[in-house]
Design a protein around this ligand. Structure first.
Ligand code: HEC
Length: 118
C-alpha cells in the first residue's frame, strides 16, 4: 500500500499540473478524422471554417486569427503554428497533452492550410 502511494501521488500531481496548461474543455485526439477534431476542439474559438466566426457570421471573441485570409496565412510558417498549438499563446490553450507533434503537423497540412486555399 505504501509503495503504491509513493508511485500514485507524484503521478496525480504531475497529471494535474499538466491539466492546468491544457484546454480542459477539449477532448484528447485519439486518432481518426482531424477535421472532426477541429470541430470538437478548435471551432468554438476559431470557427468551423477557420474564419473566427460562428454559424451566424458573428465574430467569435477568442479567435485570434482568421485562417481563411490566405495572404496572412501564407506568411505563417508551419513550425510556428505547431509551436503555438502545442504550447499555447495568450488565450490559445496548449494542446501538447491532447495531440502529438506529428498529429498537429498533419492537422496543419490537412485542415488549417485548406481553410485559406478555398
Ligand atoms: C479557447 C480558444 C481557443 C481554442 C479552443 C483554440 N484556439 Fe488557437 N488561438 C486562439 C487565440 C486567442 C489565438 C491567438 C493567440 C495570440 O497570437 O495571441 C490562437 C492562435 C492559434 C494559432 C496561431 C495563429 C497565428 O497567429 O499565426 C494556431 C495555429 C492555432 N491557434 C491553432 C489551433 C488549433 C489547431 C486548435 C485546436 C486543436 C486551437 N487553435 C484551439 C484561441 C483558441
Amino acid at each position: 500500500m505504501a509503495r503504491i502511494t509513493r508511485i500514485l501521488v507524484p503521478m496525480l500531481l504531475l497529471g494535474s499540473m499538466n491539466l492546468m496548461a491544457d484546454d480542459k474543455e477539449a477532448p484528447k485526439f485519439t486518432g481518426g478524422d482531424l477535421k472532426k477534431y477541429w470541430t470538437d476542439a478548435c471551432a468554438r474559438c476559431h470557427g468551423a471554417t477557420g474564419n473566427g466566426r460562428d454559424a451566424n457570421g458573428k465574430q467569435l471573441p477568442d479567435a485570434g486569427f482568421d485562417f481563411t485570409e490566405a495572404r496572412k496565412a501564407n506568411k505563417k510558417k508551419d513550425a510556428d503554428w505547431v509551436k503555438v498549438t502545442l504550447e499555447g499563446k495568450d488565450k490559445m490553450p496548449a494542446f501538447k497533452g491532447k495531440m502529438t507533434e506529428a498529429d498537429v503537423q498533419k492537422m496543419i497540412t490537412e485542415v488549417l492550410r485548406k481553410f485559406a486555399a478555398r
